[in-house]
Structures are given as C-alpha cells and as structure tokens.
Design a protein around this ligand. Sequence first.
Ligand SMILES: NC(=O)c1ccc[n+]([C@@H]2O[C@H](COP(=O)([O-])OP(=O)(O)OC[C@H]3O[C@@H](n4cnc5c(N)ncnc54)[C@H](O)[C@@H]3O)[C@@H](O)[C@H]2O)c1
Length: 465
Amino acid sequence: MHQGQEAPADILHPDLFEQGHRKLEQRTATISVIGLGYVGLPLAMEYVHAGFQVVGIDVNEARVDRLNAGDNFIQDVDDDAVAEAVAQGKLRASASFDPLDVADIVFICVPTPVTPNKDPNTSYIEAAAYEVAAHLHPGQVVILKSTTYPDTTEGLVLPILEKSAATQGLVLGTDYFLAFSPERIDPGNTRFHTGNTPVVVGGVTPRCTKIAAAIMQQVVAQVHTVSSPKVAEMEKLLENIFRSVNIALVNELARLCDRMGDISMWEVVEAAATKPFGFMSFYPGPGLGGHCIPIDPYYLSWLARRYDFETSFITLSAHVNEEMPFYVVEAVLRGIAAQPVALSEANVLLLGAAFKRDVDDSRHAPIFKVAELLFEKGVGRLQYNDPFIPELALPVKGGPLELASVPLTEAVLQDQHVVVILTDHTAYPYAHIAKHARFIVDTRHALRHVPHDQDKVWLLGGGQS
Ligand SMILES: NC(=O)c1ccc[n+]([C@@H]2O[C@H](COP(=O)([O-])OP(=O)(O)OC[C@H]3O[C@@H](n4cnc5c(N)ncnc54)[C@H](O)[C@@H]3O)[C@@H](O)[C@H]2O)c1
C-alpha cells in the first residue's frame, strides 16, 4: 500500500504506530545499525547518547571484534565514549543479523560505490535489505541512510521487504515502516555534527515519514520532511553534485589563471568571498576524493540515461575534475625537468594521502591517480607522508606499491626533487617543508602563511604559467 492509499491509523492495527512512538518517548526502542563505518558508528553513538540500546551489525568481523572490545575505529567518534558505551552494555556489535529479530528500528548505512564502468553498485544495499526482510516483524521501522539514486528505497528495498511482509500479512505504513533519510556527516568538521545538522526524511507513506522523523528527532535538532523517499534521495544527490560542479568551476578557472599567467585564483576566490550574499567559496585542488563527491554524481547520470536524459553538468564537472591529477603531474614533471636529474633518477614525495585536510580517509584520494601517473611516466622513486595514514597501497602497473609514510625530516625533504602538497593537513610543518624542499608543487595554497622562495614553488591556480 503506497502513499495516498494508506488506511487510516485507527482502522488497521493502530497500536503498532502508536507503540513505536511510545517506545521512542520511553527510550525502550531497540536500534540496529547495519554498517559500522564513517556513517554507521557515529549514528549508533548518537542513539547511545540519547539513551537507547544499540546493536551494530557489520560483515567485517574485525570491526565487530574491535567494537565489542570497546576499541573505536572511526576518527570523529570519541574513544572513551565507545569504551564506556560497550562496558555499560549500551552498545554492542554483531556479525550475525539475528539482532534484527528484536530491533524496533533498523538503519542501513552500507557503502554505495560504483562499478569499474561507474554504474551504481547497489549490491550492499540489496544484501542488507534481504537480511532485514528475513527478520522483518510487526512494528519495525527501516531507514535507509546510504546515498543512492532516486527510487532505490521504493524500487529496490521495498520490493525485497514486501515479499517477506506479504507472507506475514504485514501492511506498509501500518504494520511496518520504510523511509529514506540521507546522511550529512562531514568527517573532520568540528563545527557541524549530527546534533546541529538538520536532516531530511522522506517515507514511503505519510506514517512512514512521521515515525522516521520522530526517530531522527531523538538525535538531531531539526528534521525536514519531504513528500517521498525519491525527493530525499534526489536532494542528497543535489547536495553532492552542487559541490562537484562548483569545484569543477574553480578548477577550470584556476587553469585559466595559470594560462593567463598573472592572476591567482586563490586571490580571486578570497575577493569574491567578501560578497555577503549569492556566493559560496570553493577552492581549486588536485582532484576530487572521498566516498561521496567523486561517486554520487554517477548514480544520477546512470539513472538519467533510463529517461533518455544526459546530465550535462555532471559530465562536464567530472571531465574537469578528473583532469586535475593529470594537470598536477604535468607540473611535477616540469619541476623535475628543470633540475639536473633524469626522470628515472628523480625522487618525488607526495604529502597527503587523505582526501581532505585532517581526516584519515584515503578513499578515492587524489594521491592514487597522481602516483599511478608518475609511476607510468617513469619517476625514479615515490614516497609519501600522511600523519593520519601510516601505510598505503598505491595501485601502480605490475601490482600495488606498498608504502609506509616517511618522516618529514630535513634529510628526507632535501632528498626529494619535487615535494607535492596534495592535502593541507593542519599538522604539517609548512615552514620546515618550504625551507628544505628543493621544489614544491602546492595544490592547496598550503604555503600561504609561511615564508617561502616563490621560485621554487609552483602553486596550482596561482597564475604561474
Ligand atoms: N563517509 C561519509 O562522509 C558519508 C557522508 C554522507 C553519506 N555517506 C554515505 O553513507 C554510506 C556509508 O558510507 P560510509 O562512509 O559509512 O562507508 P564505510 O565503508 O565507512 O562503512 C560501511 C560499513 O558497512 C559494512 N558493510 C558492507 N556491507 C554490509 C552488509 N551487507 N551488512 C552489514 N555491513 C556491511 C562495511 O564492512 C563497513 O564497515 C554510503 O552510501 C556513503 O555514500 C557517507
């Protein structure tokens, strides 16, 4: 039964809907979070803090064991809070899905990657949905949090749940509930966290929306409800595509500034940012990274093709952003060529394996493409440093190049022909780097606050042709 067809709450088992609300008020609702990653574990902790009993479920047994030992593995989550929650029995992890038998609320927070051809890979959502279906019971509320294309909740998850519901005679919106509520967590952001970031909720039926909104209200200050899961799914993609398109715009203008040779894009953005309305600052960089911005736009362009529709902005921004690592590598090669060293003898140090400042997440980080291209070109030796990522496997031809982060000693820096700043971690000793490196490719304007010899630095978008 879908939106608009829903029976009034007082005709069909009104008690389950009311009972759900009562359990929330009394903090007796049991919560399961499927997928204990960057999204799932912080969410689980929010409900622990709000006074609920939470069970995290993950197919990664190492994560399950660590969590049950009270050992946190997500950077933004407080170590002591996890240890305490586990010790007090408020949080536990399971590799089995059996806890779903007694879960009143189930969040699905599994990955949504793309295939090598950049089509959506919803297999993780499907796998989780089948597990939920196998344990579906009266009163259960299922909330999908994974970022995905519009219609995943209704077109993919719902049919899986409906089969199980039909065998039990359960009716959606009356006996069980399904909604989509996209995640907005921003790892490393110290200003905005779950508690002060509004969330969007779209249920399959009005009562699904209502109960899912009430659930989210337990941990966030503001819930914005929309008319369907599709709107919520599209809204999340709009947020991420908005970033991708604007980053592409500044990347393109940065390259134009470099071509023109006398305008710094960084100075331009700084000046534009003085406008108090109608402008938002985005900065050039070595390419997109993370689990969201380089991936999510493809979910929409894939869906659009079903409707004989080309999402031109997505294609164009992907094109511009995907060129950036190539552009950075050209600058590195120019830096090497200007020195009395053969390419095959040149040493390059890459600073930053994380996709953005001060996080420990290297998924889709620019370092991978930059390293692959430099390796292909035949650079003599590649090293990297990242204070948050001690080891890294770089996907180069002939198998992954297993590297350990090297210390940023004077000797290590002096030994490099080019040092490339890919991530502007706060902890980097920029003055020390500027002093000892022979040549620096700065893709983040990271040296702006330290004295440096401009002749030995190439700043991406800095207007040096
Ligand atoms: N990381 C972010 O900042 C962020 C922000 C907003 C939205 N999202 C979205 O949230 C979703 C999750 O992202 P993430 O960064 O938390 O991913 P993650 O890789 O950090 O965590 C996902 C977890 O799910 C587990 N998992 C995979 N399949 C499973 C299954 N069938 N059953 C149980 N567990 C399973 C994995 O082992 C892993 O621990 C994605 O759709 C992502 O796009 C992420």
